[in-house]
Design a protein around this ligand. Structure first.
Ligand code: A2P
Length: 370
């Protein structure tokens, strides 16, 4: 049934641009809607899903909620914060953007303890639950814990000292962070919980592997208790995952969320994850909205060939590579555009051309594999 549902969602996307094939898929649609409603209501929207290794269906488009001061704001077109000294997260941007996104059909929300957007997400969800507009089962919520501090950006209480903690201290702290996340979101469980980073950025500390294992074991426990329907990692290299399994992890991560865009293509780790059945999620699929990516002439040419926006072509590339994407936007118009990635298809030549576009000097990237 799972592959059949994938084809169903691909087919529903096609209806909007090729009405002539509607009749061809009419029967299949009605049969599959009936099945998917029983399996997972989140699959009833226009967004296809990826089947994780434990059978959980993860919607392939998520709303990113890492609102930082560098993000453009519709009410502040210059993109600059009102106080030029401010540097940090702006969780207040979540309320309106998420309300628009849910109305449009977004059902997957990506957040993390460090983003500080979880309380706002919890409050928007609460109003939807109260009105009966949505139920918990309609949604797929991804969160992350286990993040080192980034002075000036992160707040105390959301981060851990990943360079100095003992594995025992990590176990206690990660369980506490998990509980905090559920409390902030006001939810009983999340659909996916990730270890946010393998270590402090670029750390080569010899204790990193033992700390990662301790943190992962807490996620395994929380998974068995039903606090998370699936568990995974973020920003992990092949070496990090291999070492985790060698050191005694019982569960192979179900997802690895990494930075990926047409300018940031990690073929090694992506192939590794595909080979192991680890679901791929791409953060910053638009290169953090940098003009250099969105104005790339090759990307623009492919976009105009398909009569879509460059941002849509850039994200469609990742979708066809099998990534779930989590673009960030505060704009109703662009949230809508970003849902449009399921209504057209790039051909083999487009895929090959975009595959050669990488310009690895932008973005955050993977940390060193220690
Ligand atoms: P905005 O909030 O004004 O829409 P990324 O997801 O790669 O981190 O990129 C996020 C940035 O990309 C944000 O600044 C966001 O700005 C911008 N963005 C999101 N969607 C689009 C789009 N469809 N076209 C152009 N820019 C976009």
């Amino acid at each position: 049934q799972i592959p059949a549902m994938y084809y169903f969602h691909a087919a529903t996307g096609l209806y909007f641009r090729m009405p002539s094939i509607f009749v061809q898929f009419f029967l299949l649609t009605f049969l599959t809607v009936e099945n998917s409603a029983v399996q997972s209501p989140i699959c009833n929207s226009m967004i296809p899903s990826i089947s994780l290794s434990n059978g959980v269906e993860m919607p392939q488009l998520a709303m990113g909620t890492c609102f930082r001061d560098t993000m453009k704001d519709e009410n502040n077109p210059s993109g600059l914060p009102l106080n030029p000294n401010f540097f940090g997260f702006l969780p207040e941007r979540t309320h309106r953007a998420l309300t628009h996104a849910l109305a449009m059909g977004y059902r997957h929300i990506d957040t993390a303890l460090v983003y500080r957007s979880q309380k706002a997400i919890g409050s928007v969800l609460a109003s939807h639950f109260a009105s009966g507009a949505l139920t918990r089962e309609d949604l797929f919520i991804t969160s992350k814990l286990y993040h080192g501090s980034m002075p000036g950006l992160t707040r105390k209480g959301t981060t851990l000292d990943l360079e100095n903690m003992t594995p025992e201290e990590v176990s206690v702290a990660v369980e506490t962070q998990f509980e905090t996340i559920l409390e902030e979101l006001n939810l009983g469980y999340v659909d996916l919980m990730l270890l946010h980073w393998p270590a402090e950025m670029d750390s080569k500390h010899e204790g990193n592997a033992a700390r990662r294992l301790a943190a992962w074991k807490v996620l395994e426990d929380c998974f068995s208790r039903g606090w998370a329907r699936s568990i995974g990692v973020s920003n992990f290299s092949e070496a990090h995952i291999e070492q985790l399994m060698e050191d005694g992890a019982k569960i192979l991560p179900m997802v690895n969320q990494i930075e990926a865009s047409v300018y940031k293509q990690w073929n090694g780790i992506a192939d590794y994850c595909r080979g192991k059945g680890i679901g791929l999620m791409a953060y910053s699929p638009l290169g953090m909205g940098k003009a250099s990516l969105l104005a790339d002439p090759i990307l623009a040419g492919i976009a105009s060939k398909h009569n879509v926006e460059p941002a849509q072509a850039a994200m469609r590339y990742l979708v066809q590579l099998g990534y779930a994407i989590l673009p960030l936007s505060t704009s109703e118009k662009r949230l809508g555009q970003n849902m449009g990635v399921f209504s057209f298809e790039l051909d083999d030549t487009d895929m090959e051309t975009l595959g050669k576009l990488k310009s690895m000097n932008e973005g955050i990237g993977l940390p060193s594999p220690y």
